[in-house]
Design a protein around this ligand. Structure first.
Ligand code: DAH
Length: 339
């Protein structure tokens, strides 16, 4: 009987199986009620009492070994199967989904590129600002309504710290640090305490341009505005300047372009006037130059500022401002082909 156990142990150590059927056949051969192991247990009943101890142990070892080996064979097969089943080698590859650039980024980059061609370089400043850079240095009177709680987000308990309401704050930062000639373009996010609707948001984006040098005149400003408008909206675009007021420029103007939707004929978009407003501009007020340490008897400059959302709306006819911040892929994917 001992020899038989030995022979079976050797056999079991070398078992292999390629299919689940083969594993089942092995189980029946060794471990079923009439299998090899059960037969030995039957014979065991007849052995003498002295032999029982040693043989009993060996028999149990054999049974455990057979059970473990067959279980292991079954496990190996099921592992192989699940791997094979989960991979469909005939499938085509997943299409690679490329992201799209945000329309506001596209327009911001286009504006910056146009100004870069005229020698403007990019300058940036903080979104959390102090009163000096957003208002006081830019000649806002102490009681100017733009400082009002209605418009400006103040940082709690710190009346001097605000979220910038315009990118004009970058003007004064750069002028404080650099002597002319200065020729910069400042894109960035700005914040105002507005109720969110299709036409207003509590944050939006602006681009500010500033040129300070000797002998800078309003004629220089006008030429830059015309070049920008025609590069952005096409060579047939006309511009119109209307007198306006900003604390930091004197004289100040607002610029309209001929409506790029109806070509100036008059439509609902331009309220049948043929013109749409796109930016504010003017000659930098000498007070602002002096506030920032620039001698206004030697230097003069012009500045202009525009909302990127407004330009984007005109270019791509986006009717609802909220679309820009909702991250709806159906909207964003429409800008796939724009570079
Ligand atoms: N900062 C102005 C605003 O937020 C826009 C502006 C107007 C900027 C005239 C300028 C400018 O530089 O000269 O409405």
């Amino acid at each position: 009987m001992q020899n038989r156990i030995k022979a079976l142990l050797e056999e079991i150590a070398n078992l292999t199986a390629v299919t689940t059927e083969e594993v089942e056949a092995l189980r029946i051969k060794y471990l079923s009620k009439k299998g090899e192991v059960a037969k030995l247990f039957d014979d065991f009943k007849t052995v003498s009492a002295e032999e029982k101890r040693a043989l009993g142990q060996q028999l149990n070892q054999l049974k455990n070994k057979a059970t473990d080996t067959i279980n292991q064979l079954r496990e190996n097969l099921s592992l192989q199967h699940s791997e094979v089943d989960s991979i469909d080698w005939s499938r085509t590859a997943y299409p690679h989904r490329l992201g799209t650039r945000h329309p506001l980024t596209l327009v911001k980059e286009e504006i910056c590129e146009i100004f870069a061609r005229m020698g403007f370089s990019i300058a940036e400043g903080p979104e959390i600002e102090d009163d000096w850079h957003v208002f006081s240095s830019l000649n806002f009177a102490e009681d100017h309504p733009a400082r009002d709680m209605q418009d400006t987000f103040f940082i709690q308990h710190q009346p001097d710290v605000v979220l910038r309401t315009h990118t004009s704050s970058v003007q004064s930062r750069v002028m404080e640090e650099t002597q002319p000639p200065i020729r910069i373009i400042c894109p960035g996010r700005v914040y105002r305490n507005e109720v969110i609707s299709y036409r207003a948001h509590c944050f939006f984006h602006q681009v500010e341009a500033l040129y300070v040098d000797k002998n800078v005149s309003f004629a220089d400003l006008k030429q830059v505005l015309l070049y920008f408008a025609q590069e952005m909206f096409g060579p047939d675009t006309k511009i119109r300047l209307r007198p306006s007021y900003f604390p930091f420029t004197e004289p100040s103007a607002e610029m309209d372009i001929s409506c790029n939707i109806c070509g100036g004929e008059g439509c609902a978009f331009c309220k049948y006037t043929g013109w749409v407003e796109i930016l504010g501009c003017g000659m930098v007020d000498p007070n602002v130059l002096e506030n920032c340490g620039i001698d206004s008897s030697i230097y003069s400059g012009y500045a202009l500022g525009m909302g990127i959302e407004r330009i984007t709306n005109l270019k791509y006819r986006v009717k609802d401002l909220r679309l820009f911040s909702e991250n709806d892929q159906r909207f964003l994917e429409q800008f796939k082909s724009v570079h």
